[in-house]
Design a protein around this ligand. Structure first.
Ligand code: BES
Ligand code: MN
Ligand code: ZN
Length: 513
């Protein structure tokens, strides 16, 4: 979508539609907000009439369109709910609802009145960022395989921030526009079906990204993985004719003393369960089992585009989990990169097996100050937290704090879950290996998976984000989800970890201003 910022007041902008936020009435007798007085006059009082009649309340998700009595411009009022409860996420959602409502109405240009979304708690820069998120992500759709172009074209948008916007607003706009551009790019890759997005294809995409964005990219193929002793990733990919790849991307950071952050992603291009095969229903969702690794691609691209300060190492553990005569089996014991052996009790618990090598590889070769992994790891995550919130498990309270702050700023929701010696013991209680990949009990599946991963992080500060729920949307709940999420991949984690990297200051140091 085409998007721009203008320093003028919304009233001075010509567009087919003006988009303004509307607060919910505090009492039934509340007057129409005074900021709308001028707009109301241009509609001949239609807005105030609708308000008095209770047809316009400013409730969240409410959209009412008015026409001016002269001039072609429409006015779209989008409900924001009570002013006291306002936050950046409400702007994000409202901006997306508005652009979606305008699509297919013959509107070619829309102008957001950024100031109509501002309160004491949401300043102009924050409102602009959220409008950018909502407008761009809300108009995203994965149309690569649609033969006919959709007949409801999305209007281009301008964000009016005048009069006299502070200087920081333009910088906030530029940064957020670059970031959401990365998010839609990431969604386009995460949405690729498994017949297209093989491990080798993901490696090609990584290499192209490396060329276009000055990232060092190393691809370890099956031969190299064999030499290095990456028996976990190899085992997971052994049933497929598309062999596994461990893909490493490197962004150098700013300055020689930049701290190193490793982001590690689960890249199962399709998860059938393998020999421990999954039921057929909804198995197609498992094309999104690469979402963590694809998010890593996006995060590395964002690191470069936004010029974050830390050095960032991305590691993608890519393999396809299929049953076949060459597939790994329940009962197999495999030796991993760190030397730790895994007893495979369930080939469907493949993500942790693939990540064992990726985490150990990152820890050993880059000694990162922090490691963060993103993985659609367990169905238990979705059972516990649903399909909007990622599970966080970490061995470092400082990391948890930083992630919590990035989450609040971006609206990518996370919730910290515990990790105890009990869960570690359950994972270690293997008869024939150092750890087992399934405890074979319906107990704390998200936590035992995390305890398994922890075995491979070499005591580094580490955070695990189980994104099984929020990585993609499904028809069952989509209509209840924010309008900036479309069918399919969300690219969850890209905005969260980009914000984390932008704000990252090494522990013990304070940010110079
Ligand atoms: N990729 C799945 C987890 C998943 C399930 C993600 C549903 C998104 C939606 C993962 O590889 C898996 O199959 N996990 C098993 C582990 C079990 C066999 C120990 C699970 O959660 O059932
Ligand atoms: Mn699985
Ligand atoms: Zn999986």
């Amino acid at each position: 979508m085409r998007l721009s910022l203008v320093p003028d007041a919304a009233a001075a902008v010509t567009a087919d539609a003006l988009v303004s936020g509307l607060w919910e009435a505090e009492t039934p007798q509340s007057l129409l907000p005074r900021s709308l007085a001028e707009i109301d006059r241009s509609t001949g009082g239609a807005i105030s009439a609708a308000w008095r009649n209770g047809e316009l309340k400013g409730r969240r998700k409410e959209i009412v369109v008015f026409h001016r009595t002269s001039g072609g411009s429409r006015i779209l009022l989008v409900g924001l709910g009570p002013r006291a409860a306002h936050d950046a996420e409400r702007v994000r959602r409202a901006a997306a609802e508005a652009i979606r409502a305008l699509a297919g109405r013959g509107v070619t240009t829309a102008a957001y009145d950024a100031r109509s979304f501002v309160t004491g708690r949401v300043d102009l820069s924050t409102a602009v960022r959220s409008i950018v998120d909502g407008a761009v992500l809300g108009s995203y759709g994965f149309t690569k395989f649609k033969s006919k172009v959709p007949d409801a074209p999305v209007p281009s948008a301008v964000i009016a921030v005048g009069p006299k916007p502070p200087k920081a607003v333009a910088a906030a706009f530029a940064e957020e526009e670059a970031l959401v551009g990365v998010v839609t790019w990431t969604r386009d890759i995460a949405n690729l079906p498994s017949n297209e997005a093989t491990p080798a294809r993901l490696a090609d995409i990584a290499r192209e990204l490396g060329k276009s964005h000055e990232l060092k990219v190393t691809v370890l193929d099956e031969k190299r993985l064999e030499e290095l002793g990456c028996g976990g990733l190899l085992a997971v990919g052994s049933g497929s004719s598309h062999p596994p790849r461990l893909i490493v991307l490197e962004y150098p950071g700013q300055g020689a003393s930049a701290p190193t952050i490793a982001v590690v992603g689960k890249g199962i291009t399709f998860d059938s369960g393998g020999i421990s095969i999954k039921p057929a229903a909804q198995m197609s969702h498992m094309k999104f089992d690469k979402s963590g690794a694809v998010a890593v691609l996006g995060i590395l691209r964002a690191a470069r585009v936004l010029r974050v300060r830390p050095r960032v190492i991305g590691v993608m553990a890519c393999a396809e989990n299929l049953p076949s005569g060459t597939a790994y089996r329940p009962g197999d014991v495999v030796r991993t990169y760190s030397g730790t052996t895994i007893e495979v009790l369930n080939t469907d618990a493949e993500g942790r097996v693939a990540l064992s090598d990726a985490l150990a590889y990152a820890a050993k070769n880059y000694s990162p100050s922090a490691m963060i992994d993103l993985a659609t790891l367990t169905g238990a995550e979705t059972v516990a937290l649903g399909d909007t919130i990622a599970g966080l498990v970490t061995n470092d309270d400082g990391l948890a704090d930083r992630l919590r702050r990035a989450s609040a700023a971006t609206g990518e929701a996370i919730w910290r879950m515990p990790l105890t010696d009990y869960h570690r013991e359950l994972v270690r209680a293997a008869d024939f290996g150092d750890v087992r990949n399934s405890i074979e009990l319906p107990l704390a599946g998200m936590l035992t998976a995390a305890a398994f991963l922890e075995t491979f992080v070499a005591d580094r500060p580490w955070a695990h984000l189980d994104i099984a729920g929020p990585a993609y949307t499904t028809v069952a709940t989509r209509k209840y989800q924010p309008a900036y999420l479309n069918a399919g991949a969300v690219a969850f984690g890209v905005r969260l970890l980009s914000r984390f990297l932008l704000d990252y200051v090494p522990p013990g140091r304070t940010r110079r201003r």
